[in-house]
Ligand binder design. Sequence first.
Ligand code: HEM
Length: 426
Amino acid sequence: MADQMTLDSIRVDFPGAPPHVPKDRIVDLNFAMGSQPNDLVDPYEPFEWLAGPEIPRLLYNVPPKSGMGAVTNSGTGNWVATHYEDINRIYTDNEYFSNKGAAEFQRLIGETFRSIPLGVDLPDHTKYRMYLMPYFSPARISRDLEPWIREIVVEMIDAIAVKGEVDMAWDFARVFPVRIFMGLMGFPAPMFEQFLAWEWDILHTGSLEKMQAALRGVLEFLRGFIAEKEKHPDEFLTSAIVNGKIQGKGLTEEEKIGMVWFLWLGGLDTVAATIAQMFRRMALQPDIQTMLRGHPELINGAVEEFLRTQPILSSARTAFKDFEWHGMQIKKGESFSCLNPAGNFDAARFPNPRVFDPTRIGNRHFTFIGGIHACLGAHLARRELRLLLEEWFKRIPEFRVKPGADTTVFPGLLSIRNLPLVWDVK
Ligand code: HEM
C-alpha cells in the first residue's frame, strides 16, 4: 500500500481551506487517522513515508467526511506535522501551541466545564498536573498497585491457560485494563459494560445523537458518583480527588467533574487497544514471542517498542498566535494535527524504524506524546503491559491466530474487536 502512495496521489481540491494555504499542501490524510483498517503484520507501516525527506514539512488536511472528527471538526481542515522534529516542537512549545478546549465532547450537550488536565494550558495546567501526579507516579504504582495488578493478570491468564484458546481482544484486552482502572478509581464493577458502551458511542460512532445520549448518561452517573464519594469517602482515587485540596482550597464542582470525566475518558480503552494490537503482532510474527520467552529481560524494552510501533492516537493543538513556520503563514486559532504514526517511524530519529528492536536506545516515541500534556497514565499503562507479558510467557506456550479468524485491524484506537488465539495444551 505504502509503495503505491505519493504526495500527488493524496493531493485534493478543497475550496474550504483558508486562502493563505498553498494549494499544493492540501491533501486528504484521513486514511492515516486510524479509521481505515488493513491486514498487515505491522498495520502502521503505510504511514512511514509521510515522515520522509521528500514530504513537505507542513501539510494541510481536509476535514473528515465521517466519524468522530466530522462531528467535532470546524470544517476548514487543519495543518499536519509528520516529521519527528516538528511534532516535538508542537508538543513542547507552549508559547505557540495551545491545548485549550481539547477533548471537550461535553460541549455537544451544552456543558461548559473543562477536561482537566488535558484541555488546560499553562499556567493552570501545572497545578492540576501536580495535584494528580502522585497518584500515577512509578513509586506509587510499585508500592500500592503492582501486587494487585499482578494478582488480577495471573488470575485471568490461569483461567484461560488450560482452555488453549481465548478471544484476546474481546475477553482479555478489553477486560484486564478496565478492571484495573475501575478498581483504582473505585467505580462499581457492574458498570463495566455500560461504561464501555458509553465510551464506544462517544468516541467511535460519529453519530451526534448517540454521542449526546452517552454524554448525558456518563456525566449524570459521574456527578452522582462524586456526590456519593463526598458523603461517604473511601480509599479509592475518585474519593481522594474530589475530597482533596489544590493550593489549600477545596475543588469547585467544575474541577471535580472535569478531572473525573477526563480520567474516565482517557483510562478506559487505550490500554485495551494496545494489548490487542500487541498480541496480534506477536501471533503474526512469532519470532517476537520466541525472543521474549527466551529473554524476559527484554520485556521492558519490548513494551516500549510495542508502544512506538503502535501509536494508537494522534494529538491536536491550536496556534496561539500568527507566525511563520517552514515558509507557511500560520494564523491564530488554526488547528494542528500531529501524526504520531509518521513521527514514530521517522528514520531521521529512529534508525531502521520498521524493525521491532527491544534493545533500541533512547526510544522517545510519541505514543504518550511529550511536553506538559504527556500521558499521565503512561507509567500505569507500561506497568500493566509489562506484568501481562511477564506472567503470560510463564504460563502460555507459543500461540497463533485461530485458523480462519479475521485479523483485519484499525491502526488506531478502534483497533480489533475480536482476536481468537489458540495454543497447544499439554
Ligand atoms: C497505552 C495506553 C495509553 C495511551 C496510548 C495514552 C495516550 C495518551 C496521549 C496521546 C495523551 C495526550 C493527548 C493530547 O495531548 O492530545 C494522553 C494524555 C493523558 N492520558 Fe493517556 N494514554 C494511555 C493510557 C492512559 C491511562 C490508563 C490513563 C489513566 C488512568 C491515562 C490518562 C491520561 C491523562 C490524564 C492525560 C492528560 C495529561 C495532561 O494533559 O497533562 N492515559 N494519553
